[in-house]
Design a protein around this ligand. Structure first.
Ligand code: UDX
Ligand code: UDX
Ligand code: ADP
Length: 469
């Protein structure tokens, strides 16, 4: 019969491991959950008395407040965490490889491998090892090979794949009410039994019919497929937005009407300045790499185009800014509102704002940036990485980090909305208008503001997927 899980260890206290295992602790008071990480300052932040957690996620602090010290613990003692647990989540980072074979496409599995080897080296009893990080297909198989080659007597390892589908900004809601929980296992008696153990953990708060049990490879591929298809919807709508701008059709009207078809559905059809985040691009490039490794170049080209369309959208939008500002922004001041890749997160990974600002700096404009959640050091770090050939001091001569949206817009010639923060909807646009150079331009990269209301004030407004000014 399946092992009853009493102690869980999660390796990796990041965006995935932290919220996921905090919610497990909340929903399963009878299970002890320990989240371990090598990064001391990250663990210190999780343990901080004033709950200044290392990631911003609405509702997360309440979850941590309810269970920290009760059945939820954060520690840098990875070995102890491994030894005590009967089930281990591996939620370490899997960045895109920067060098070597598959550079720019393939996932860097070094962190996964190191964590797996560590489990094999220090475990003294049997473990269920759960792959939680997004990884290319067949990683579970590599983990199994490493664990089996290093197993000791009375110490067996069962591998599960349990990809996480939470979105940043809504992580806690997504974890409380998931569309589905996906668990992949080998279809052997042992694999099925391990799967039952993990299913029982989720069954504490997730309805049984939403917990899907599939084979290992299906589970791993599903995560990549789900993200690729979501991103594909955005690239499709963004491709149509270019047609709308050229024809006078309105992308919001088109998306609304298309989404009314129950076969298509209304979600993820919001035209934008381009998708960002740690997952979409990375997972699609993984899929591209996988397809190429399997000698399926047409399949690879199909998915690669989703990412290329996204690059095109970002560059097309910045070009539209330049074109509209009489074909030059040299020496002009542009306010960029939002730096995070979406609202309600402080995360900037692959954020469209980075590409926009890089393009504006290339045109030798001045840029004021305001974001309610992204720390200033993070913005400097991202801009430096995006523009490696310019010293940071040069970038800092062109870029000012503002304390508010209002400050950012002062004396600017144009306002560019890059992130759909709610507070940008509630700006006192009349005051902004009065403080700007004239003609005052607004470029709405998120279809956030009421363009007609702004035009009444006097703004020249350009929105994604609509004719301009
Ligand atoms: C389509 C649209 O559905 C309809 O709204 C529009 O008005 C006309 O075009 P139709 O071509 O009649 O309708 O049939 P549809 O059911 O959409 O199927 C089109 C093709 O896609 C068929 O060859 C069908 O076998 C195939 N298909 C459909 C799949 O291969 N997989 C699917 O999941 C669905
Ligand atoms: C995504 C998936 O949604 C989630 O299931 C998976 O686990 C991780 O990747 P995330 O990247 O956190 O989550 O955010 P998501 O809400 O999917 O947004 C991704 C990007 O797409 C953002 O930049 C967002 O602004 C953009 N987006 C989203 C659009 O441009 N239009 C839309 O209609 C939806
Ligand atoms: P994700 O978005 O996938 O959660 P993050 O980068 O936010 O990725 O978090 C991954 C975490 O995993 C990092 O905090 C990193 O320090 C941690 N980590 C990586 N390798 C190990 C390891 N071998 N042992 C413990 N923690 C690790």
């Amino acid at each position: 019969s399946p092992v009853e899980v009493k102690k869980i260890c999660c390796i990796g206290a990041g965006y995935v491991g932290g919220p996921t295992c905090a919610v497990i602790a909340l929903k399963c008071p009878h299970i002890q959950v320990t989240i371990v990480d090598l990064n001391q300052s990250r663990i210190d932040a999780w343990n901080s008395e004033d709950f200044s957690l290392p990631i911003y996620e609405p509702g997360l602090d309440d979850v941590v407040k309810a269970c920290r010290g009760r059945n939820l613990f954060f520690s840098t003692d990875v070995n102890k965490g491994i030894q005590e647990a009967d089930l281990i989540f591996v939620s370490v980072n899997t960045p895109t490889k920067k060098n070597g074979v598959g550079a720019g496409y393939a996932a860097d599995l070094n962190y996964i491998e190191l964590a797996t080897r560590q489990i094999a080296a220090v475990a003294t009893s049997s473990k269920i090892v759960v792959e939680k990080s997004t990884v290319p297909c067949r990683t579970a198989e590599s983990m199994r090979t490493i664990l089996e080659a290093n197993s000791k007597p009375n110490c067996r390892f069962d591998i599960l794949s349990n990809p996480e589908f939470l979105a940043e900004g809504t992580a806690i809601d997504d974890l409380f009410n998931p569309d589905r929980v996906l668990i992949g296992s080998l279809q052997t008696p042992e694999g099925i039994s391990a799967c039952a153990s993990l299913t029982a953990v989720y069954a504490n708060w997730v309805a049984k019919e939403r917990i899907l049990n599939v084979g290992l490879w299906s589970s791993e591929l599903t995560k990549l497929a789900a993200n690729a298809m979501l991103a594909q919807r955005i690239s499709s709508i963004n491709a149509l937005s270019a047609i709308c701008e050229a024809t006078g059709a309105n992308i919001d009207e088109v998306a609304h009407a298309v989404g009314y078809d129950s076969r298509v559905g209304p979600k993820f059809l919001k035209a934008s300045v381009g998708f960002g985040g740690s997952c979409f691009q990375k997972d699609i490039l993984n899929l591209v790499y996988l397809s190429e490794s399997l000698h399926l170049p047409e399949v690879a080209a199909y998915w690669r185009q989703v990412v290329e369309m996204n690059e095109y959208q970002k560059n097309r939008f910045s070009k539209r800014v330049v074109d509209t500002l009489f074909n030059t922004i040299t020496g002009k001041r542009i306010a960029v509102l939002g730096f995070a890749f979406k609202a309600d997160t402080g995360d900037t990974r692959e954020s469209a704002a980075i590409t926009l600002i890089k393009n504006f700096l290339n045109e030798t404009a001045y840029v004021n940036v305001y974001d309610p959640k992204v720390p200033h050091e993070q913005i400097w770090q991202d801009l430096q990485e995006a523009i490696p050939n310019k010293p940071l001091e040069t970038i800092q001569k062109q870029v000012t980090l503002s304390a508010s949206a209002m400050d950012a817009c002062l004396n600017a010639e144009a306002v560019v909305i890059a992130t759909e923060w709610k507070e940008f909807k509630e700006i006192d646009w009349q005051t902004v208008y009065d403080s700007m150079k004239k003609p005052a331009f607004v470029f709405d990269g998120r279809l956030l503001v009421d363009a007609d209301a702004l035009r009444k004030i006097g703004f020249k407004v350009t929105s994604i997927g609509r004719g301009g000014v």
